[in-house]
Ligand binder design. Structure first.
Ligand code: PD2
Ligand code: ZN
Length: 281
């Protein structure tokens, strides 16, 4: 396999940081005379991916720099230290894996009960100022636990760390959201926009977000799917199941735009785990 070229890699990293898409940069590099194999390998390195074969269209093996479950043997389940988790759906780009049986019914109910007293109008981090604000794009109510705040949170967080092979310490504390009738979360990206002035302050606590796990604690009777509009994919909110997705860089070409569709009947509760590049402090 060709090696990544340091000069090309430096240029790619600079352009990616300025917001150019990998597709356009590959085209420019080819037009400038770089060999196709060198471009492919170097772009993959810049995106934090690792190619395993030279065949055009060969599968991309995800290396240790992104959260990723162990699915190499087309596993239908993943064993974590305390629970066997089912693999329900797998998508390559965006990288999305839907898991069943991540939490027991009792764990879902207990987490809701622990969150209940602290549920208030949802806050999202304001990436213009780095502070909290009420966000009209999210009409749910929410609260955050600290990482390891109680034995249930710690058990679930250690299970998730094993599930996607990402350090426990790199996880933010669990967030619990309650969506009442009509509530929704309009499509957004979970990474922090590098162009916003408040982002450096947020990144100081552990770098970028590189992955998300949304666990369904209570299923509404109708509506409330987690949607991925770029690829027309929807995940039904089934109690105890979860959707995981990862993003190698903070850019829409990761196709990780996602939202919570309006709840049309009943009530929906989720717990979200965000995964950072480094230890979250
Ligand atoms: O509750 C959801 O389906 C949902 C959708 C989009 C949750 C989040 N984003 C999130 O917590 O980031
Ligand atoms: Zn989200």
């Amino acid at each position: 396999m060709a090696n990544a070229n340091p000069e090309l890699l430096k240029w790619l990293n600079e352009c990616l940081a300025r917001g150019h898409s990998a597709e356009n940069l590959s085209r420019s590099a080819l037009a400038s005379g770089w060999h196709a194999d060198v471009v492919r390998v170097t772009v993959a390195e810049a995106l934090g991916e690792q190619l395993v074969a030279e065949r055009p269209g060969a599968p991309v093996s995800r290396s240790g720099n992104l959260p990723e479950p162990e699915l190499d043997r087309s596993a239908n389940y993943v064993d974590t230290p305390d629970r066997r988790v089912a693999v329900w759906s797998v998508m390559q780009h965006p990288r999305v894996v839907v898991f069943g049986n991540v939490l027991s019914e009792g764990e879902c109910d207990e987490l809701i009960a622990l969150a209940q007293p602290k549920l208030a109008r949802s806050l999202t981090v304001d990436n213009r100022t780095g502070g909290d604000e009420v966000n009209s794009a999210r009409t749910s109510d929410g609260m955050f636990f600290n990482r390891g705040e109680n034995p249930l949170c710690e058990r679930i967080e250690r299970r998730l760390a094993a599930l996607v092979r990402w350090p426990y310490e790199n996880g933010e504390g669990l967030q619990v959201l309650r969506y009442r009738h009509g509530a929704q979360y309009v499509p957004h990206h979970d990474y922090f926009d590098p162009a916003q002035p408040g982002t450096p302050r947020i990144l100081a606590r552990g770098g970028q977000r590189v992955g998300t796990i949304v666990m369904y604690l209570k299923a509404p009777e109708q509506g409330g799917a987690t949607t991925f509009p770029d690829v027309g994919f929807e995940v039904a909110p089934v109690k105890g199941s979860a959707v995981f997705f990862s993003y190698a860089r903070p850019h829409p070409d990761t196709r990780t735009l996602h939202g919570g569709a309006p709840v049309l009947a009943g009530e929906k509760y989720v717990a979200t785990k965000w995964l950072r590049e480094r230890e979250f402090v």
